[in-house]
Every structure is written in C-alpha cells, then in structure tokens.
Ligand binder design. Structure first.
Ligand SMILES: [Zn+2]
Length: 169
C-alpha cells in the first residue's frame, strides 16, 4: 500500500520511512479518509519537522593555542564537525582528534557544542558528569533520534563519561 503520510509504497504493519501505521480503511474509503485527514496532517507536519533537522551539522568548538602574546596564551576557536544529523543518527561517531581535557573539581567536563542549520549557528554548553583523572579524551556523539544527542568521552580505558540527552533546538 501507499503510505498516507509520506507516500512510500510498502507492505507491512507500518511505513518503514515515517513509521505511520498501515491503516486499513473499511467502509466508504473517501468518507473514512476524510475523518483521518487531521491525524494524517498532524503526523506529516511532525515528520517533516523531524526530517528538516537531518541536514543540520553538529560539531565541537575548541580553542586552539596558536602561540603566546607576551605571557598570555593566544588561542583561536576552531570547530570539528561530527557530521550532519543524518550521518550521525543511530551510530557512534567519534572525532579523529584527541583533545586534552580535564574534569573540574566536581568531576565534570564542559564542552561547547555547535549546531548549524546552514544559516544560523547556535551553541550549547554540554556538561559531562562523573569524569575523573582523564587526559587525552576522544569526543563522540550519539543520537537516538533527530532531536536528541548525547556527548561521550573516552580515553584508552574506554568510555569515561556521557552527557545527559540534549535537544538540538
Ligand atoms: Zn510513510
């Protein structure tokens, strides 16, 4: 059948593309469809909103030391992108570069996460709790859906910390 929300042809209990259930229409097709229309429209709006995120890019902003200005360290901000949300979704993505990172006295690491929709860029200060005695952290990301991400840290022992789920918006 053809999905009522996204138009994909499929067999099964729900659409593999947008997850809308396979609705069996019994009785007058046009009449029943009319009744379902508000529900379909609402679901489609949500689906499109969810998928609009897929081209957004998420990255880690770090300050790279480029030398000294007298006694002061001179640093410039630099962003390392994990990829687009479409690339990241349902995978574990790690940045190639190791970063020297230290947890503060509360065993927290704060990272500056950048989200770009192609036009605008927003920043999120993401806290990773429970990190101890760590240098040379690798920074990774995991997204279970297009709206929510977790930042992870690892060193040679393995995963040493993970943030709470954060929204991309
Ligand atoms: Zn569908």
């Amino acid at each position: 059948m053809k999905c009522l929300v996204c138009g994909k042809e499929y067999d099964g209990a729900e659409c593999p593309e947008c997850r809308f259930p396979n609705v069996q229409i019994i009785g007058d097709y046009d009449e029943e469809l009319k009744k379902l229309q508000p529900k379909i429209e609402e679901y489609r709006k949500e689906y499109l909103k969810r998928n609009a995120n897929l081209s957004w890019k998420i990255g880690l902003r770090v300050l790279r030391k480029i030398g000294f200005e007298g006694e002061r360290v001179k640093a410039i901000p630099e962003v390392f992108y994990f990829g687009t949300i479409g690339d990241i979704l349902d995978k574990d993505i790690w940045l190639d570069n190791p970063f020297v990172g230290f947890a503060n006295a509360n065993n927290e690491v704060a990272l500056d996460i950048v989200i770009s929709d192609g036009t605008n860029t927003s920043n999120k200060n993401v806290i990773i709790p429970g990190v101890k005695d760590t240098v040379y952290l690798n920074v990774g990301i995991y997204m279970s859906d297009a709206d929510t991400f977790c930042i992870k840290l690892k060193d040679k022992r393995g995963i040493v910390g993970m943030s709470y789920p954060c929204s991309v918006k």
